[in-house]
Design a protein around this ligand. Structure first.
Ligand code: AMP
Length: 411
């Protein structure tokens, strides 16, 4: 649906067209209709999702359509924000989108002289954007009248709580009429935020949007649950099933790097290590071999692989989960360069599940699971050349002991 098709004032559509906003973003698509209807909204949305226009468009529309002459009867919409920067930014959005309407907005924040703010407030405004401290100060001295507020917006509520504004928010509530529309926006949600939100909204429409996916679209990435001691068998299987592909394997430490390289060596697979403990010259040699495809498997630590561009890496394997969530994005971004398609798989053990949850929190959405049934899991281990070797040596041992026993009996 395009903005042209929305039943909002033509004056707003003109501004949206000038801004080159043709279609609503996800959060706008979900929140504009309920806000226009006068419903309370509880939205989990990060900066960058278009959340400012998601509330500015319907609020400006409702105020503009009322055709009230003069605005001496008081502020109609109050936007509470945590910082001065955000206050200025939101004010600009209201100014730009409301440019051709009769809606007037203004912003107040602390740390600057209050006289010019008071003078502007006295002229009358429809929308006030403010940080809680300065607003409470001006309201308690009668410079801001909040008894005509119809719409209350709390933006970045989580940030406001972090900055310790909870008491100011509660105090300001006492100045506001009981009956009003409340729109609550937060980038994250936890028990404290939920408590605050539910104490402010009434039968709210709940909306959640994910931030823009930080992992490129051409990368297919998934997680499979593999126990720590079994990971080498799964890597072996992957390498054998994709013998012509370049595979970049990430591990946590240089010791792990060498250990995995040895494990691959035991099953007859050539792999090279790349870590910070190596001489520059050796690192360069290894990288060249991998680049040319003379070595297909490279086992690397995060730091050593940062910033290097290796073309045509078909697979990235997160053999260990990264300790820093953003490294997940850096690692999987090593495949699928440019227009190529890439695949990334993460081996997650039971003890790494917490790290996985953190990464998914960072990405704003779950990573696909590659479910493996028990048979498939145990077959991967059974078919390993390493376990065959073990099995052979077990058989040998068994045969040897049988021989010994037979010899003893003969005696
Ligand atoms: P916000 O999340 O409100 O900080 O907005 C993030 C960015 O998205 C801003 O630069 C906006 O100008 C832009 N934006 C918001 N809505 C739209 C839209 N419908 N189409 C294109 N850009 C948009």
């Amino acid at each position: 649906m395009k903005f042209e098709d929305y039943s909002i004032a033509a004056e707003i559509k003109t501004s949206l067209a000038k801004l080159n906003y043709r279609r609503p973003t996800d959060i706008q698509f979900k929140s504009i209709p309920p806000i226009l209807k006068g419903e309370d909204v509880l939205a989990i949305a990060q900066t960058g999702t278009g959340k400012t226009a998601a509330f500015a468009i319907p609020v400006i529309n409702q105020l503009h359509m009322r055709k009230i002459k003069g605005r001496m009867d008081g502020i109609k919409c109050l936007v509470m924000v945590p910082t001065r920067e955000l206050a200025i930014q939101i004010h600009q959005v209201f100014e730009t989108i409301g440019k051709h309407t009769r809606v007037k907005s203004f912003c107040v924040f602390g740390g600057v002289e209050e006289a010019p703010q008071i003078a502007r407030l006295e002229k009358g405004i429809d929308v006030l954007i403010a940080t809680p401290g300065r607003m409470f100060d001006l309201a308690s001295r009668g410079f801001i009248k909040l008894d005509r507020i119809e719409v209350l917006i709390l933006d970045e509520a989580d940030h406001m709580l972090d900055l310790g504004f909870i008491k100011d928010i509660r105090d300001i509530m006492t100045y506001l009429p009981k009956k009003k529309q409340t729109l609550f926006f937060s980038a994250t949600i936890n028990e404290t935020i939920k408590k605050l939100a539910y104490s402010l909204v009434n039968n709210a429409i709940r909306i959640q949007v994910s931030p823009k996916d930080p992992v490129a679209r051409n990368i297919d990435h998934f997680v499979t649950y593999v126990e720590m001691d079994d990971k080498r068998f799964f890597l072996e299987r992957m390498v054998k099933e994709n013998e012509n592909s370049k595979i970049l394997v990430f591990v946590r430490t240089k010791v792990r790097c060498e250990r995995v390289q040895k494990a691959m060596g035991r099953v007859g697979l050539e792999a090279k290590s790349l870590h910070g403990g190596m001489e520059q010259e050796d690192r360069k040699k290894v990288l060249d071999l991998f680049r040319k495809g003379e070595v297909k498997v490279l086992i690397a630590t995060d730091v050593s692989a940062r910033g290097i561009d290796i073309p045509s890496v078909e697979f990235v394997v997160n053999y260990d989960l990264p300790e820093l969530s953003e490294n997940y994005v850096h690692r999987v971004g090593r495949t699928g360069r440019g227009r190529e398609k890439g695949q990334a798989v993460t081996f997650c053990s039971t003890e790494e599940k917490e790290i996985l949850a953190e990464i998914e929190g960072f990405l704003g959405k779950p990573i696909k699971r590659l479910e493996m049934d028990r048979d498939d899991y145990s077959q991967t281990i059974d078919f390993s050349a390493e376990s065959h070797a073990d099995w052979k040596s077990l058989m040998n041992e068994h045969e040897q002991s049988l021989l010994k026993r037979r010899k003893k009996k003969k005696k």
